[in-house]
Write a protein that binds this ligand. Sequence first.
Ligand code: NAD
Length: 464
Amino acid sequence: MTTSRRKFLSSISMLAASAAMPIHAFDFGASKKLKVALVGTGIRGITFWGKRLVDEYSDILEFVGLSDINSSRLEYGKGYIGVSCPTFTDFEKMVSSTKPDLVIVTTKDSTHHKFIIKGLEMGCDVLTEKPLTTDETKCQAILDAEKKSNKNLIVGFNYRWSPYATKVKELLANNAIGKLVSIDFHWYLNTYHGASYFRRWHGQMESGGSLWVHKATHHFDLLNWWIDSEPEEVFAYGDLEFYGKNGPFRGDKCRTCEHQSKCDFYWDINKDEFSKKLYVDHEHEDGYIRDNCLFREEIDIYDKMSAQVKYADNTILNYSLTTYSPYEGWRAAINGTKGRIEAWQDIPYFKNETTDEAEKHTKEMAQTSKDEIYYEPVILHKLWKTHETVQVPMEKSGHGGGDKRLHDKIFKSPETEDEFGRTAGVRDGAMSILIGVGARRSIEGGKPIKIADLTDLKPKVKRG
Ligand SMILES: NC(=O)c1ccc[n+]([C@@H]2O[C@H](COP(=O)([O-])OP(=O)(O)OC[C@H]3O[C@@H](n4cnc5c(N)ncnc54)[C@H](O)[C@@H]3O)[C@@H](O)[C@H]2O)c1
């Protein structure tokens, strides 16, 4: 086996290990390169976990199989990624005949558990996109399968790897504001990115677990990591007041809608060449309509969400998620016994430039941005002193440079110790979705939910 492959496998093990998990030994196959099979040839699968891996890491890995329920999109995905491996509509058949070392799961959220569990049972390491899964029952099944298996499970959390998020972690870890007391964290999705969730499967609870899970898993993972404790109790409010049944009119899909001229959300998917080739050209097979009406009646997720979370170390989080903001960005205020950190990203009024909100989302999804460097401020304000501005160097690539750094950690520098502990394992994946699942249960029942009542995981005062 080549050194690079050994390094890769060792890094997977380190990533899966998280803080408290043991590092497993690997069964090395006969191939010189790491054998990768991917299930879910949608946008995330073919771009970030497909083409990017082929472009950047072909010296150490090879795709041995691709799978999707839509055979037509699967063939398009294979060409886009640029590989010659066989394709399968049957996941188990792919794994049994190609015997991958690593299975990458990039399907619809509600199906992740099937491929994670089956992949582990069939003797593969598994890397799943976030969210780990969409409810507490599936989460418990994954935890059980992972315990039984001697294979590794990694959750692809990329936000932690953004230089900006890492700077906040560094300040907190260095005790810059004393003991952490509370955090206000507010995320604003704009009318392009936010709306995109309501156009497709994410708009239905059964497919994405609502944005409490699909989107907020990113935020809760970041917060759990910053706070360095585990969530104990959640109380939430949420409603659907803008999209779905609230729309003034509705049509079949944007392309054929009679309300095009008066709908602010009208989007001509046929003018977006990539979306047309990835979705429209294959919808005859499974009826997956990418430009669905975001005012359709079947939408049953929340479009405004607010929660309070109490952590095991007594830190209190005030969280909100807005889905139709004029701009996309976030703000956080972090209070400690010795001061306060204020952090934000993409608030247009704080910059001397105008932002094209539509373009921002397209670049993010297509992973096409160049690595341009720019600086973003974090405010550190200690009690009784004037504030300091810490300038953080950033990159205009996927998730502030987080996507690229996550890949590089796995594939390029696995042996470098990460002082910030940015690696995420199954417990991190579970803790981040359980806040969202708890929030849903809290809204349904009108009462606070104990995280310990959802699965057999008991929250720890110190994360890990
Ligand atoms: N980390 C990030 O920043 C990030 C960004 C985007 C998406 N994602 C995640 O990536 C995953 C995919 O998202 P996407 O935007 O690419 O979605 P998508 O709809 O473009 O692709 C999903 C693919 O899964 C396939 N699929 C659905 N059910 C299946 C099944 N039962 N068996 C096999 N294939 C099935 C679909 O046919 C489709 O090709 C999601 O879990 C999402 O949360 C993560």
